[in-house]
Design a protein around this ligand. Sequence first.
Ligand code: GTP
Ligand code: MG
Length: 231
Amino acid sequence: MSSTAQMEDELALVSVNESNSATYDILLKIMALGDTGVGKSCFLVQYVEGRFMMKYVTTVGVDFFLRKLTYEHSDWEKEVQVQLWDTAGQERYRSLTRAFLRDGMGFLLLFDLTNIESFRHTESWIEEIREKTICEDPDIILVGNKSDMEDKRQVPRSAAISLAEAHNIPYIETSAATGENVQLAVNLLLHRVMQRLKKYMRDIRYNYEEEEINLNQESSSCSLCSKTTTQ
Ligand SMILES: Nc1nc2c(ncn2[C@@H]2O[C@H](COP(=O)(O)OP(=O)(O)OP(=O)(O)O)[C@@H](O)[C@H]2O)c(=O)[nH]1
Ligand SMILES: [Mg+2]
């Protein structure tokens, strides 16, 4: 999926709103990954605070932002605490970033549209995510950032779409400077993670109910058995 219209369609019945609730039902761990300087921190600050950080302050170690949201889709409404992890793209913090990958439920994999190297490295980031997370099929969104710098573009849209299709993940172009598509990218990721959790919770409930039925059947057959033996 690589058109914003398709993404908006997928989100047509979804509502994600700021919440004041003191408690939450679900804790989501979302991570921003990608090479140094691609705009991870700016992207997250734009998403959480709606402003652009012009000055470049490289992330040291990891940082995180919190957002409380109410997520609603068809008959399912949940209070969600979202932890947005901002990782350091610099090589020297790579082992720390890797250690954090394990618990991630959804990943915003950013590259810089004006830096072809950052795009070339996305493939190894995808492999790394799939290898290190405990989730079997983690949700990843490929994000081409700095779309406001069209005159300096080095990565053709078609190349990014091909890569995303090869890995079966959505592709979106954003600007942390203007805010273009930033909410859309995060909302799409949240929605996909929430749908996966919903299915997981249903499967657990289903298995639990199945187990209960089996137990009941076992106990009735047991009582029948004992009846037979006592007669
Ligand atoms: N024009 C433009 N500049 C951006 C955009 N996003 C980030 N920048 C600039 O790019 C530089 C790096 O942004 P950061 O968000 O700090 O990059 P980062 O990925 O967090 O980098 P590390 O913390 O080193 O991994 C800063 O100077 C930002 O102002 C964007 O969408 N458009
Ligand atoms: Mg940063």
